[in-house]
Design a protein around this ligand. Sequence first.
Ligand SMILES: C[S@@+](CC[C@H](N)C(=O)[O-])C[C@H]1O[C@@H](n2cnc3c(N)ncnc32)[C@H](O)[C@@H]1O
Length: 390
Amino acid sequence: MGAELNGLREQLLVTVREHGGAVDALVADALRTVPRHIFLPDLPPDAAYRDEAIVIKWDDEGTPTSSSSQPTIMAIMLDQLGVARGQRVLEIGAGTGFNAALLAHVVGPKGRVVSIDLDPEIVARAEDNLSAAGCRGVTVLSADGASGHPKRAPYDRIIATVGVWDLSPAWHEQLAPGGRLVVPLDLRGVQRSVCFERADDHWASRSARPCGFMRMRGPAAGPERNYLLDKETRLTLALPESRELDTDAVVEALDAAELEVRTGVTAGPAELYDGFSLWLAVREPRWFGLSEMDPGTRLAKAPLRSPDSRVTAGILDDFGLATLSVEDGELVVTGAERIAEELAAHVVAWDEAGRPGTSGLRIDAYPAGSAATGEYVIDKKSVRLVLTWS
Ligand SMILES: C[S@@+](CC[C@H](N)C(=O)[O-])C[C@H]1O[C@@H](n2cnc3c(N)ncnc32)[C@H](O)[C@@H]1O
């Protein structure tokens, strides 16, 4: 069994590396060593070593509230974090405890990991998993991660494994000089895993990668909102900010979609996820995300697909909506006439601009109230984000 598990871990590492994660040798060694199946005790071991996110808890409405994230994105974020032996690390979002165990492996016996989760029952599970895996060097605490954990500060590294809407001032205060912060940051409804370092009076990004984490709950939760349009297929519409929505009218508009506008643009899912989603989110105040359980009925032609759902984007106003589909690789917009033309124009503009993606993105986060400006500005409660592309 031991050799079989080693083989499964080795295979997982190969997959993660093929997808661009675990470039850092210390991260690769942690993935090769830490037994993910111990952190997912309800799964058969081989299922625990798939490169997939595994939900471990849902709320009463069936929305996931805790999971073990996909190993590739965990490894990418640990690469961004650049953790070294002996460092002190704060993690927000303990979940199963697996990422905290990876961190503990990297920092070694002289380092220290504090992991916080809002849900005390999840904290108890993470503690059990860590002790079953024989992992020492992690303290798991039940608290709101937005406050960090001042008692053990300063930290050389702070990482959130839950989607954050704002950059909490507590993280700034608790990070040691020369430290790094890595967070799945909300950019008007889409997320990017952003690595920040301090630069004089603000945070400056060092790297950004696409990601999709469940959102932080509690007082620091953001204004994004999901609307369940069809229970049966879990057709869900996501808006960057909550607003009055007649969900029946949305479903009717989706079903009535009369016009099809061909864009002449051919783009694959990775490019759309990395580039167009961000392009639309920061430029189009009326944008929305739409997902449906796979196989979808309404979203059969959606251009994006996660392991269990189909995903697309669109724009919506008081007069109608339009959504993006794909036909033989070409992006096609369906919807009400004027708005479908507008969405198609966004696709063409993104293409003509050279399809900017996440790798050229730079984010500077200044204290709220700052007059700093750039290509795009997004105001949060504590910070003003200034986005520029190189
Ligand atoms: C994707 S899971 C974390 C995965 C985890 N790192 C692992 O290795 O399994 C996100 C976690 O964040 C927690 N969470 C949500 N809101 C939070 C908050 N305000 N403070 C701390 N944790 C929070 C959830 O309870 C959930 O367990």
